[in-house]
Ligand binder design. Structure first.
Ligand code: HGY
Ligand code: MN
Ligand code: MN
Length: 428
């Protein structure tokens, strides 16, 4: 299809996005794990997540999509094109949330993909290529680590075996939860992993304050910062809280607190590099008020735009463990270098976003690097990939208060519709 025709189809798709339907999609998906405080608790492969997957399957089928599932329970909703032999254009995001998450993180990108399909149906547009909307498994990594299991396994299926023995806080293995998920969709045919895709576009909330502070409603995401996760264990000896003199203890909590402070001090000295450190999950054994902790486990989440800073931070952490006389051990269980999205994808998203913003009488989009990781970081290894951001109110996310102005949610889907349609009409 020539560029002229493709752009007009893209513009028609953008103008066919239906805000009422979009808001209804968001609200309906948010009922799966909806919380009294307005947030959502829908951790990956829980019964609530499986119920939400059934909702998405039903919605996709009602839109005329074929539904498929792969070995990592990634769900694909496929809209045929004129040439179904050609690799599809992929959009979507993840359906799982943090333990106390919001309505939009991941979910927005999934329902946005469905809204794009609905808009194409309304406009009667038959794209050259098929379009697929994906709901990735376990992007958050909060129930089972690491994060982005589904998308990484899709791109490199050899990853999957390494994920199967991950356990959640209740000692449920990922393999068990995965099998239950696959068993819950006997009506959905299995598809291969690592299928060729012609391009991938993920729409997501920014989850930070940059766009809102700039007063800009859309972000063209140029890349994603580096991330590493570690589990750290401090070993001590359980003993009586009342009878054991302070100088005769091997208090695992005292060791963990001292180690944590050294990590915070290192991060504080690296603010110029925007190093970010989070010690998010702690476990104390035996976790009793009057027993000196014999063991403390905590996680380290370190992020930075430059990998060399994380190299230094990791060396610092490993050095502290090495000089601890084996009382501190650690394991790195997630690592991803910075991701950079290709210029041609950024240029197309710029055009798509500019058109949507101009029509709405709003400022043009700005470029932005993502502080959060996303499934797109792995898809970038598989096909030309990029992301579109909408602002998060007060920059809040991974929090029940996560929210985005409905005006911006609509703009994001309009930009996505234009981008996906243009890509789906690109000749091989
Ligand atoms: O942690 C992250 O960056 C993502 O939101 N799961
Ligand atoms: Mn997300
Ligand atoms: Mn998240």
């Amino acid at each position: 299809m020539n560029q002229q025709l493709s752009s007009s189809a893209a513009a028609l798709a953008q103008d066919s996005v239906n805000n009422k339907r979009l808001q209804a999609f968001i609200a309906s998906l948010a009922t799966f794990g909806g919380r009294a405080d307005g947030g959502v608790s829908r951790e990956t492969l829980t019964d609530i997540d499986l119920a939400s997957r059934r909702y998405l399957i039903d919605q996709a089928r009602a839109l005329g999509c074929e539904v498929m599932v792969d070995d990592c329970a990634n769900l694909f909703f496929r809209r045929p094109g004129q040439r179904n032999d050609l690799p599809a254009v992929l959009t979507g995001s993840h359906g799982d949330t943090q333990p106390v998450g919001g309505k939009l993180d991941g979910a927005y990108g999934v329902v946005a993909g469905l809204e794009v399909i609905a808009a194409l149906n309304d406009a009667g547009i038959n794209t050259l290529r098929p379009i697929e909307v994906v709901a990735w498994t376990n992007e958050e990594g909060s129930r089972f680590g690491p994060g982005a299991m589904g998308s990484s396994a899709f791109v490199d299926p050899s990853c999957l075996t390494g994920y199967l023995d991950a356990v959640d806080q209740n000692k449920v293995r990922f393999s068990e939860a995965l099998q239950a998920a696959l068993d819950s969709t006997p009506d959905v045919p299995r598809c291969a992993m690592q299928r060729p895709m012609s391009a991938c576009v993920e729409l997501h909330i920014e989850q930070g304050p940059v766009l809102e502070r700039a007063g800009i409603p859309l972000g063209v995401v140029t890349g994603i910062q580096a991330v590493r996760w570690f589990s750290v264990t401090c070993h001590g000896s359980m003993a009586h809280a009342g009878t054991t003199p302070m100088d005769e203890r091997r208090d695992a909590m005292a060791a963990a607190v001292a180690l944590a402070q050294k990590l915070y001090d290192f991060a504080a000295a690296e603010t110029a590099n925007q190093l970010r450190l989070t010690l998010g999950r702690w476990q104390v054994t035996p976790n009793s008020v009057n027993t000196i902790p014999g063991r403390v486990d905590f996680t380290v989440d370190m992020r930075c735009l430059t990998d060399s800073v994380l190299d230094r931070f990791e060396a610092f952490l490993r050095g502290l463990a090495a000089e601890s006389n084996n009382s501190v051990s650690l394991e790195r269980f997630f690592q991803r270098a910075p991701t950079h999205f290709p210029r041609p994808m950024l240029d197309l998203i710029q055009i798509a976003a500019e058109r949507a913003c101009t029509h709405a009488g709003l400022p043009a989009p700005m470029t932005i690097t993502s502080g959060a990781f996303h499934d797109a970081m792995y898809l970038a290894d598989h096909c030309p990939t990029a992301m579109i951001f909408v602002p998060s109110i007060k920059g809040i996310s991974h929090n029940a208060a996560e929210a985005t102005d409905p005006r911006d949610l609509l703009l994001g889907v309009q930009a996505l519709a234009y981008t996906v349609t243009d890509l789906a009409n690109q000749e091989p």
